[in-house]
Design a binder for this molecule. Structure first.
Ligand code: SF4
Length: 479
């Protein structure tokens, strides 16, 4: 399996890559598949069932709305933050949904079912989409009656898994991962941190250099640069949006306050007065950058999945820190993102970046590790120091559970990104203070994360059935 840095840094709407972007992509693929098969015109209704973690926290993560948007043919990369709620509201009010943007079918919000108590066999984030050629068949399916698919008027049925970071695979591809993605021959293939370091030593290239050479098998140098600078532009836009909002609270029952706009006002006032001698002045800005991104994510704004939406604030916060307090230019931005991407592929390949699979260590831990290694690189670290920084960034997030209160990607997620951003900067500094030799390798830390995730009870894996999600009182609105 080869992974592009551009797969790891995709652009999409919040609040969740696995629970919003992934289901939207899966539903869009399903609608496209119907169109490509030439059978779209037969469909009168579509039903979707979201299982496991998708079902348990789907409401707070907007997974049900994401399915509707995907069925309507909308792409998470390009759909407008204002367009999304309008399309969902129109479908609910009119009782009609334009499949793949063209073919109108009957629709009711009950056609998207959140079933958090059952899971599909392959992954906690499973979903099944079924298209019917008759209303009677669709109604019969809703009763759970055991029916013959042929006789039941099933035009097409497909199971998908949203495996983290917005990546989606069909159940068939999940069972045969070798068939899911054709191998692209790369000049410096690596499947582990040790192999990555070996490629760096053999070639004399940096971590970013190795990743860039591999990327050239998929894209031209100009395409890579343009795409990565676009990613950086969206990260900056996201911070600016998060700092400029006038709404005081985030959407949802928590009524969580937005902190980024007020924090930026205070920091700017201090700056204007020359009151910047606090030794932790830079840390205040790092906190701000992370809060701004994650508040945008929590309110369904446009973010860069880095490598997930829940952890989308860490890499932008650390890159903003470098941009604000060090010498940054387009070359350094490219080096930063390529280094982070190289580290991210190791998590994706050897463990998981899905909170539903391994807990928050897979989301915030991976992002912290990627940011730490990337910062170390642009600060002049050798590949061994980069690997060391990435390891430190992960090691101190091991065991971190996923327990979002009320299923919303707000508490603990938003603040956790700020804390992990500062941790990433510290990891890079610790590494740069050494010579790259260290006791625990990045590969060992990633294996530990994978094993810890396997042992973690499912109530701590994005189900909102454990941890803060059950110990913090929430005043739910009266029905
Ligand atoms: S707790 Fe961590 S893994 Fe879970 S939703 Fe929040 S950021 Fe994502």
């Amino acid at each position: 399996m080869t992974l592009s840095v551009l797969d790891l840094f995709s652009i999409g709407l919040g609040p969740s890559s696995s629970h919003t972007v992934g289901p939207m992509r899966a539903a869009r693929l399903f609608a496209r598949g119907l169109a490509d098969s030439g059978r779209l015109g037969e469909v009168v209704r579509v039903k979707a069932v979201l299982f496991g973690s998708l079902g348990a926290t789907g409401e707070g993560h907007g997974s049900d709305d994401a399915v509707i948007l995907g069925l309507a043919g909308l792409d998470p990369e390009t759909v407008g933050a204002d367009e999304a709620p309008r399309v969902v509201a129109e479908a609910a009010e009119s009782g009609r949904l334009r499949l793949d943007g063209t073919h109108a079918v009957t629709f009711s919000p009950e056609d998207v079912v959140l079933n958090g108590w059952e899971s599909l066999p392959g992954h906690p984030n499973g979903m099944r989409l079924t298209a019917y050629s008759s209303e009677a068949a669709a109604e019969a399916a809703g009763t759970g009656a055991d029916v013959d698919p042929e006789e039941a008027g099933v035009v097409m049925s497909q199971e998908y898994y949203s495996v983290g970071g917005g990546f989606v695979v069909t159940a068939e591809d999940f069972s045969n991962p070798a068939d899911a993605e054709p191998e692209v021959p790369e000049p410096y293939p690596f499947a582990s941190g040790a192999e990555l370091l070996q490629r760096c030593r053999e070639s004399g290239l940096s971590v970013a250099g190795v990743m860039h050479a591999n990327e050239l098998t998929r894209h031209s140098a100009e395409e890579i640069r343009t795409a990565l600078l676009d990613v950086w532009a969206v990260m900056r836009e996201c911070v600016e949006n998060g700092c400029s909002r006038t709404e005081e609270v985030l959407p949802g029952v928590l009524l969580a306050k937005r902190r980024a706009p007020g924090l930026r006002r205070r920091l700017r006032e201090q700056q204007a007065k020359g009151d910047t001698l606090d030794t932790l002045w830079a840390m205040e800005w790092v906190n701000l950058f992370a809060l701004a991104v994650n508040e945008e994510n929590a309110s369904g704004g446009r973010v860069v999945t880095a490598p997930t939406n829940g952890a989308a604030g860490i890499i932008p916060a650390v890159l903003h820190y470098f941009d604000m307090f060090r010498e940054c230019d387009d070359d350094r931005v490219e080096e930063f993102l390529l280094t982070a991407g190289a580290i991210g592929t190791l998590f994706k390949r050897n463990a998981s970046i899905s909170g539903a699979e391994v807990g928050c260590q897979g989301e915030v831990g991976s992002a912290c590790s990627m940011a730490a290694g990337a910062l170390c690189a642009v600060l002049g670290g050798a590949p061994e120091q980069v690997e060391n920084a990435a390891e430190i960034g992960l090691e101190h997030n091991l065991g971190l559970t996923c327990d979002p209160i009320a299923g919303l990607v707000q508490i603990p997620c938003i603040e956790r990104n700020a804390i992990a951003s500062v941790k990433a900067i510290n990891a890079a500094r610790l590494s740069l203070a050494g010579d790259g030799t260290h006791r625990v390798s990045l590969d060992e830390a990633i294996t530990t994360m994978r094993d810890t995730g396997r042992d973690m009870m499912s109530k701590y894996k994005e189900t909102s059935r454990g941890g803060l999600a059950v110990n913090v009182a929430v005043n739910l609105p009266e029905c």
